[in-house]
Design a protein around this ligand. Structure first.
Ligand SMILES: [Zn+2]
Length: 332
C-alpha cells in the first residue's frame, strides 16, 4: 500500500531509484530518442459565433520581483502572492498573449507582443508572436489590421520585424486616439524625463512608430473599430487604455487587455497597484467596474497577461475576484 505522506514520498523517490538500479541493472544508454529541448508552438483556437479566434503566445518572462512591482503594499505581500501561485522563488512570471480574430472577411491582430528583436536577448522567452503565427499557418502579409490596446512596448513592439521593417506590411495600424495624443506629446515627454520608466515608455513610442506617424489610424472609444469589434474605455493603466468586445451572432467575449496585469496578483487583489499604471487610482476603479460587469454577465474574458491560452471567466469572491480558466477544447 502506498503511503502518501511527505517523508515517505521523498524516501520513496530515493528507494525507487535504488530499486531501478538493482532490479533492472545499471541504467544503460537507452535514450535512443533525443529530447526535443524546446517548447511546443503556442497557439490556441476558439470560436466566437462565426469568428475563428486564435490566442497567440508571445512568451512569458520570469524576473526577480522588483521592490516596487506592487507600489502600494510591502514587498513581502507581493512575494507571498508569487509564492502562492508557485512562481519561481523570489520571482514573478508575466505572460504575453496577442489575439488573432478572423471575421471571415478580415484578419485582425490585437496587440503584437514584445517584438521579434527581443527573441535572442531573452533566449526565446518573449518575441515569439511571429513564429507562433507561422506555426498556426498565418502569413504576416495576410493580416489586414493591427489593433493596439495601448502604447506599452509589450503590446506595440511586435509591429516591427527583426530588421526594423514592418512585420505586417499590409496591415492598417490602429491606435487609441487618447493614448496616441498622450504618448506623442512633447510636453508630456519633457515632464517624464525624471521618471526612468516613463522616460523609456515615451522613447519607445517615438522609436517604434518612427516614420509611420502619419499612417496610423486613431480610434475612439465606444465605436465599432473593425467588424464586430467594439472599443471599450478602460483607462488608468494608460490614459487611452482600451479593451474590446468581440461579437458575432449570439456570442460575445471581452478582450480586457491590461485591466489587470497578472491575475494571480491583481485579480486576487484588485486594489493593488502595478508599477506600470499611469494613473493607479483610475486603473483600480476601472478594474472593479470591468470585473463587476464581466462577472455579472458571466462573460468570457481574455487577458493579455493571463496564463496561456489566457481565456477564462471572472467570478466575484467577496471583495476580490477569481479567474476560472477555460478547459482546453479539442474541437472548436
Ligand atoms: Zn501589458
Amino acid at each position: 500500500m502506498t503511503d502518501l505522506n511527505r517523508r515517505h514520498l521523498l524516501a520513496g523517490a530515493a528507494a525507487g531509484t535504488a530499486a531501478a538500479l538493482t532490479s533492472f541493472g545499471a541504467p544503460t544508454a537507452r535514450a535512443s530518442v533525443a529530447p526535443a529541448g524546446a517548447q511546443a508552438p503556442g497557439f490556441y483556437r476558439y470560436k466566437v459565433g462565426n469568428y475563428e479566434c486564435t490566442s497567440i503566445n508571445d512568451g512569458a518572462r520570469s524576473f526577480p520581483l522588483p521592490d516596487t512591482f506592487v507600489t502600494n503594499v510591502p514587498k513581502d505581500q507581493a512575494l507571498a502572492a508569487a509564492d502562492a501561485a508557485y512562481m519561481p522563488k523570489g520571482m514573478v512570471t508575466v505572460p504575453f498573449n496577442p489575439q488573432l480574430i478572423n471575421t471571415g472577411s478580415k484578419l485582425i491582430l490585437i496587440d503584437t507582443g514584445n517584438g521579434v528583436a527581443n527573441l535572442e536577448a531573452t533566449k526565446g522567452a518573449v518575441g515569439r508572436t511571429l513564429q507562433n503565427l507561422a506555426a498556426a499557418g498565418v502569413d504576416p502579409k495576410s493580416i489586414d489590421v493591427v489593433l493596439l490596446s495601448h502604447l506599452h512596448p509589450d503590446h506595440t513592439n511586435g509591429i516591427r520585424a527583426a530588421d526594423g521593417s514592418m512585420a505586417f506590411p499590409n496591415a492598417e495600424i490602429m491606435v487609441p486616439s487618447v493614448d496616441w495624443a498622450f504618448w506623442t506629446s512633447d510636453e508630456n515627454t519633457a515632464k517624464a524625463q525624471t521618471n526612468e520608466m516613463m522616460k523609456n515608455y515615451f522613447a519607445n513610442v517615438k522609436k517604434t512608430f518612427a516614420g509611420i506617424e502619419s499612417k496610423v489610424t486613431k480610434y475612439d472609444w465606444g465605436k465599432e473599430v473593425a467588424p464586430g469589434i467594439t472599443s471599450i474605455a478602460t483607462p488608468g493603466h494608460t490614459p487611452g487604455h482600451t479593451s474590446f468586445a468581440i461579437a458575432s451572432g449570439n456570442s460575445k467575449i471581452l478582450i480586457q487587455s491590461d485591466v489587470t496585469n497578472i491575475p494571480e496578483f491583481f485579480l486576487r487583489n484588485p486594489d493593488w497597484h502595478v508599477v506600470y499604471d499611469t494613473d493607479p487610482d483610475l486603473a483600480q476603479a476601472t478594474r472593479h467596474k470591468f470585473y463587476d460587469m464581466a462577472s455579472a454577465e458571466k462573460a468570457t474574458v481574455v487577458g493579455f497577461h493571463f496564463t496561456f491560452p489566457c481565456i477564462g471567466h471572472v467570478e466575484k469572491d467577496g471583495a476580490k475576484y477569481r479567474l476560472v480558466p477555460v478547459a482546453w477544447n479539442p474541437v472548436i
